[in-house]
Write a protein that binds this ligand. Structure first.
Ligand code: GDG
Length: 457
């Protein structure tokens, strides 16, 4: 059996025996634990010396990391990856910026990753690369003589070609992506958009099998692998009595209805529009005043990037204004918590919430939506209100699907969720659970690996 080599921008901080990580980390960790393997990425530290850090081992997993220089960090991470690619991949072209020097920095860091990784690769290793930070890694590894199978899974959306082409270096990026053997996407919409680009703008020719495309003198396979969650683990965490204590206390304080949202503080998550929708809901439904609380948990992320500082300022202002408009001496309608919470606190909170608002403007998948469904008591489940532009909406079509740009529509969906009869809640929940059990995290991992090996059919 070949060894698995995982490469991602960051290596998750893992401890022996840990079973609490979210999404990517949980899926990758399971795979590495089962087969043994190597995980390579940036240490998260900035330093002048670019020597790889000493290897760390956790059970059968070897962890290798490198530091980045200040210039690498600025050009690669803050610059091209998060200042250009992230907004454009999420259709926010007005928030994207572009500098050729940053693109060169991005390519340079992909080259640094390749240089440090190449000596660690054995001939039959399977190399699984993650996400938009490393679109150019396969090409850099190939230039070093690595001929192993290399696959990329893109956790973000892939946008329509005209949107992607707003990045001036789009042609080089696509050519770099085509150095992979397998390109994995969250949804068929993303995969089709990529193929559309390659066929219309790079003379690619789709082949009859494996959703592959012949382009740049090679054949690149593509596939759709929706990432899932460990359904039973989430429910177990939500139910554990010791975890539940805080949630139960909170429920006693919050009267009837808790509406919950959990997001990294990111403009792609649609928080501003969601706050506006909640304000409209309060204005339209005075009977709910004093009874409903909307809790937004939003741990800050990428806070050294201007667009992220701006959205944070805006949301703080909006939260204050909405509470100023509606609060009573004994009731605060919006609780905005600008920090992260341990996972064993979060899962019971999901279980307590009568509704969960997941309203990104675009999202590759959105695991909060899936975790919320998994955490519910099947006898008395809450209602998921979900953006039609989240990848998760392709599978969870039994949620209340909304358009995140439609504030009135979202306000109505909140009222519909709060007054939904038990039987309808149970039916919707059951339908979503069935899909999630089929498209499990194990299946995501196993299908990707099988297709990368080439024996996936
Ligand atoms: C990218 C793609 C895709 C959030 N707050 C806290 C916390 N979280 C956890 C959630 C969930 C994860 O973080 C967030 O995952 P999402 O999928 O919602 O979003 P991104 O971070 O943008 O992830 C996305 C994903 O990759 C996987 O492919 O679905 O589309 O953008 O697991 O629970 N966890 C803890 N405290 C918090 O305060 N412990």
């Amino acid at each position: 059996m070949s060894r698995l080599v995982v490469v991602s921008n960051r290596v998750a901080p893992i401890q022996e025996g840990e079973a609490t990580a979210g999404g990517l980390a949980a899926g990758v960790l399971d795979a590495l634990k089962q087969k043994g393997g190597l995980w390579f990425g940036w240490s998260g530290e900035i330093s002048a010396g670019l020597e790889p850090k000493p290897e760390r081992t956790v059970g059968p997993i070897s962890l290798f990391t490198i530091d980045l220089s200040r210039q690498d960090y600025d050009e690669f991470y803050r610059g091209f990856a998060n200042g250009t690619l992230w907004p454009v991949l999420h259709y926010q072209i007005g928030l994207g910026r572009f500098e050729w020097a940053e693109f060169e920095g991005y390519r340079r860091v992909n080259g640094l990753f390749a240089a440090a990784l190449t000596p660690l690769i054995r001939p039959d290793d399977l190399i699984w690369v993650h996400d938009y930070h490393l679109l150019c890694l396969a090409g850099a590894l190939r230039a070093n003589g690595v001929s192993n199978r290399i696959g990329l899974f893109l956790h973000t959306p892939f946008p329509a070609p005209d949107v992607f082409m707003t990045i001036p270096s789009h042609a080089s990026l696509i050519q770099a992506m085509c150095a992979y053997d397998l390109l994995g996407f969250q949804t068929e919409t993303d995969r089709t958009a990529f193929i559309d680009y390659v066929v219309r703008h790079a003379n690619g020719v789709p082949t009859a099998i494996d959703d592959a495309v012949a382009v740049f003198g090679r054949v690149v396979r593509t596939g759709v692998y929706p990432i899932g969650v460990h359904v039973e683990d989430v429910r177990a965490q939500a139910e554990t009595p010791i975890n539940r204590r805080q949630a139960t206390r909170m429920r006693a304080n919050l009267l009837e209805g808790l509406i919950l949202s959990v997001d990294r503080l990111d403009y792609s998550k649609g928080l501003r529009q969601r706050f506006a929708a909640f304000e409209r809901f309060l204005a339209d439904n005075p009977a709910r005043h004093g009874l409903v609380t909307f809790m937004q948990i939003a741990p800050p992320s990428r806070s050294d990037i201007e667009t992220y500082q701006r959205i944070r300022r805006e949301l703080e202002g909006e939260a204050g204004r909405i509470n100023g408009r509606f609060a009573e001496v004994d009731w605060v309608p919006l609780r905005y918590l600008n920090r992260s919470f341990p996972r064993n606190v979060l899962m019971p909170l999901y279980a307590e919430a009568q509704a969960c608002l997941v309203t990104p403007l675009r999202d590759g998948m959105n695991l909060v939506a899936k975790e919320y469904v998994a955490a519910q008591d099947p006898e008395d489940p809450g209602v998921l209100i979900l953006s039609e532009f989240a990848g998760a909406a392709r599978e969870l079509d039994a949620a209340l699907l909304i358009n995140p740009y439609d504030e009135a529509g979202m306000a109505q969906a909140i009222e519909q969720a709060l007054s939904m009869p038990l039987e309808e809640r149970q039916d919707r929940h059951q339908a979503m659970l069935t899909v999630m059990r089929t498209n499990s995290l194990e299946r995501w991992r196993d299908r990707f690996e099988a297709d990368l090996v080439g024996d996936g059919g």
